[in-house]
Design a protein around this ligand. Structure first.
Ligand code: NAD
Ligand code: UGA
Length: 459
């Protein structure tokens, strides 16, 4: 099939950057990203590139280069479906919050709506690409919806999961470790492989069956999250034994069989996907009665929840068992550096716990605005919106957050935190001044020499 036009449904953290990079490398393709969220589309179309809805290093330059040339953002979903030969579904697949599988299974209602929309609108044959992360065998449901229309149109379903990480999305898309395409139709697979082939070498483009592709995505995230939980489990043991988790990570990471990546002990992994994808994997395993498999992967989540909790517990214990009325400054709210995404960020849970203990919080994050911080807390529904607003001061300067604080908790590993004038900060804090470094970002000896009581995960 000659693909001249692409439609991508979902202008989010995946749809936006992925299509921008495809557009950059395929100037002859017309790509339209559509979304039901008109505010988001308006932000993608904003002439002020600092207002794009997603912050990713390098993304604004690519949008500037391609937007309104061969990359378009629109709310007219039906027209974009109608005029394209290939449709990517890149909508959200959150954990279900109701009914069967509540709190575990992926909520596929957005995916199903897209499939029905395509079935209703399409007048010509289409290649439909699952870009969202989906439970294994979802393609079967999509196929069933698309193939049960009353017209004669042929739909070819592909699974093409995305492996980009936020904060490095553009770099990951430009230089992927691999591109995975699962499908049944060789024609459809090769049509998509040709598009990636404009900048990715063929050896890196893997072709598999649909189910291997769907399951590989969940498995990749489960393995990555498992490494973080593994090193975090060891971090607790380090704290009890005098070992240093960074030294242990270096020592084991130099074994080429283990490898050095993803061994940073932390306050716990966040992000929109690790937890939801593992819960989904656990749910799938349970539906097949594979209880040992389910229990095994569930432990990754249990360990992560424990790590977040024990970070705030240690802070409270160290501050003489009470933080009531004390000012605690949280540096960072995003779930990792170089993104404005806060979904499932450990900072949200640590803040919630500290607010329960009546702490006065101040928060500074270079990319996350106050309304986002408050809405993250309000979403937990632990207390009223007014109580959240009264308990938390969001500042646009780190020095305002820190002034007169009893303790600082480093929640995100933003590079700028390393460059702060820590002697000046020390002078502005209440004494004894405490730092709880959830990211092993600062140098322990240097902080102790300034006068801080410095605690870091796994040291
Ligand atoms: P997101 O929430 O940022 O974006 C999804 C977008 O889809 C939203 O803007 C929403 O309005 C839109 N949408 C939902 N239903 C729609 C419909 N019926 N029609 C049109 N638009 C609709 O989500 P995301 O982070 O981009 O993730 C999308 C998928 O990609 C998820 O399955 C996720 O697991 C997967 N994924 C995410 C990442 C990541 O880093 N965020 C990486 C790899 C894979
Ligand atoms: C992750 C995967 O890395 C991507 O391959 C995948 O496409 C994506 O999920 C997805 O499916 O959404 P992302 O969540 O954006 O990407 O970011 P990561 O770099 O994986 O970090 C996830 C969390 O783990 C962050 O909170 C990070 O701080 C934490 N982390 C990561 C650690 O605590 N230690 C580490 O060593 C690595």
């Amino acid at each position: 099939m000659l693909v001249k036009s692409i439609c991508c449904i979902g202008a989010g953290y995946v749809g936006g950057p992925t299509m921008a990079v495809i557009a950059k490398n395929n100037p002859n393709l017309k790509i339209t990203i559509v979304d039901i969220n008109s505010e988001r589309i308006a932000a993608w179309n904003d002439s002020n590139l600092s207002k794009l809805p997603i912050y990713e290093p390098g993304l604004a330059d690519i949008v500037k280069e391609t937007r309104n040339k061969n990359l378009f953002f629109s709310t007219d979903i039906n027209s974009a479906i109608d005029e394209s030969e290939m449709i990517f579904i890149s909508v959200n697949t959150p954990t279900k919050t109701y009914g069967k599988g509540k709190g575990m299974a992926a909520d596929l209602k957005y995916i199903e709506l897209c499939a029905r929309n395509i079935a209703d609108v399409a007048k010509t044959d289409k290649i439909v690409v699952e870009k969202s992360t989906l439970p294994v065998r979802t393609a079967e449901a999509i196929k069933s919806i698309l193939h049960n229309t009353e017209n004669d149109i042929k739909f070819h379903i592909l699974s093409n999961p995305e492996f980009l990480a936020e904060g490095t999305a553009v770099e990951d898309l430009l230089n992927p470790d691999r591109v995975l395409i699962g499908g049944e139709s060789e024609m459809a697979i090769e049509s998509l492989a040709e598009i990636y082939g404009t900048w990715v070498t063929q050896e890196k483009i893997l072709r598999t069956n649909l189910w291997s592709s769907e399951l590989s995505k969940l498995t990749a995230n489960a393995f990555l999250a498992q490494r973080v939980s593994s090193i975090n489990a060891i971090s607790e043991l380090c704290e009890q034994t005098g070992a240093n988790v960074n030294e242990v990570a270096k020592a084991i990471g130099m074994d080429t069989r283990i490898g050095s990546k993803f061994l940073n002990a932390s306050v716990g992994f966040g992000g929109s996907c690790f937890q939801k994808d593992i819960l989904n994997l656990v749910y799938i395993a349970r539906t097949y009665n594979l209880n040992e498999v389910a229990d095994y992967w569930e432990q990754v989540i249990i360990m992560n929840d424990h790590q977040k909790r024990r970070f705030s517990d240690q802070l409270i214990k160290t501050l003489y068992n009470t933080v009531s009325g004390k000012k605690i400054a949280l540096l960072g709210w995003a779930f990792k550096k170089d993104t404005n995404d806060t979904r499932e960020s450990a900072a949200i849970y640590v803040a919630d716990h500290l607010l329960n203990e009546q702490a006065n919080l101040s928060v500074y994050d270079p990319k996350v605005p106050e309304n986002k911080i408050l809405s993250d807390l309000n979403y937990l529904d632990t207390r009223t919106e007014e109580e959240n607003k009264n308990g938390i001061l969001c500042t646009s300067s780190p020095y305002d957050a820190i002034k007169d604080a009893h303790a600082i908790a480093i929640m995100t590993e933003w590079d700028e935190f390393k460059a702060y004038d820590w002697e000046k900060i020390y002078k502005q804090m209440k004494k004894p001044a405490f730092i709880f470094d959830g990211r092993s970002l600062l140098n322990k000896d240097k902080m102790n020499a300034i006068g801080f009581n410095y605690y870091s995960i796994g040291q």
